[in-house]
Design a protein around this ligand. Structure first.
Ligand SMILES: NC(=O)c1ccc[n+]([C@@H]2O[C@H](COP(=O)([O-])OP(=O)(O)OC[C@H]3O[C@@H](n4cnc5c(N)ncnc54)[C@H](O)[C@@H]3O)[C@@H](O)[C@H]2O)c1
Length: 201
């Protein structure tokens, strides 16, 4: 399997973690980053040995060395226009939640990704949380029976809550419970897939 070059837009808290993980990944050959804060772009570019670094997302998207881009910027009002621009530039897009500010924008992005034949996904990081993966596996294996309802409780620190609510007016469901909704849908996707796989056998 050959490696890929990767573009990353926004290297703040989450984007910084994504950039460091990508830099360490054996299938990532080179990183190209865009970040509007000069001190942060210099810091992340040096730490991850990025091949190119810019403050200009359009300059990044015009490069043809890479086919995929991660977008991890704030405020959340930037998500929809950035994803549109990246998909229109012909890139595959790995995107942070929330996908957009409105359902119409989200639908438009999904349609754009489909019509341009590009991969488009949200970074639902909780899927890589061992607790979530374990529960999913236990449900799929039938060891904890068939779930009939789900009660979700989510706690974030006061500091993080203040940071998020200070920059965007979206519901808790859109900003945080989106992870839980994804878990429930992910959980449901598994048995269906394994049933059809066993039918095919
Ligand atoms: N587990 C998860 O799924 C998870 C966790 C944390 C954050 N997030 C999401 O990731 C996004 C980023 O969150 P964060 O906490 O890292 O925010 P942050 O504010 O720490 O970082 C965002 C970065 O984007 C940069 N930026 C803004 N506009 C830009 C542009 N036009 N071009 C290049 N860079 C630009 C900012 O300078 C900043 O460094 C949020 O939408 C958040 O909801 C997801």
């Amino acid at each position: 399997m050959s490696g890929i070059d990767l573009g990353i837009i926004g290297t703040g808290w989450c984007g910084g973690i994504r950039t460091a993980a990508a830099a360490d990944h054996p299938l990532v050959c080179a990183l190209h980053i865009a970040e509007v804060r000069p001190e942060r772009v210099a810091e992340v570019a040096a730490a991850t040995r990025a091949r190119s670094a810019t403050a200009d997302q359009q300059a990044l998207l015009s490069r043809d060395e890479f086919a995929a881009v991660m977008i991890s910027a704030t405020p959340e009002t930037t998500h929809y226009p950035m994803a549109c621009e990246a998909l229109r530039a012909g890139k595959h897009v790995f995107f942070e939640k929330p996908i957009a500010m409105t359902l119409d924008e989200a639908d438009e992005l999904i349609a754009l990704a489909r019509s341009s034949g590009r991969k488009f996904t949200i970074g639902y990081s909780q899927r890589f949380n061992p607790k979530y993966a374990h529960v999913r596996q236990a449900i799929a294996a039938g060891t904890i029976g068939r779930p009939v309802s789900a009660l979700i409780s989510r706690h974030i620190t006061r500091g993080l809550g203040k940071k998020i609510s200070g920059r965007v007016k979206l519901s808790q469901a859109a900003m945080e419970s989106t992870h839980d909704l994804d878990f429930l849908l992910w959980r449901l996707a598994s048995p269906r897939r394994s049933r059809s796989a066993s039918i095919r056998k």
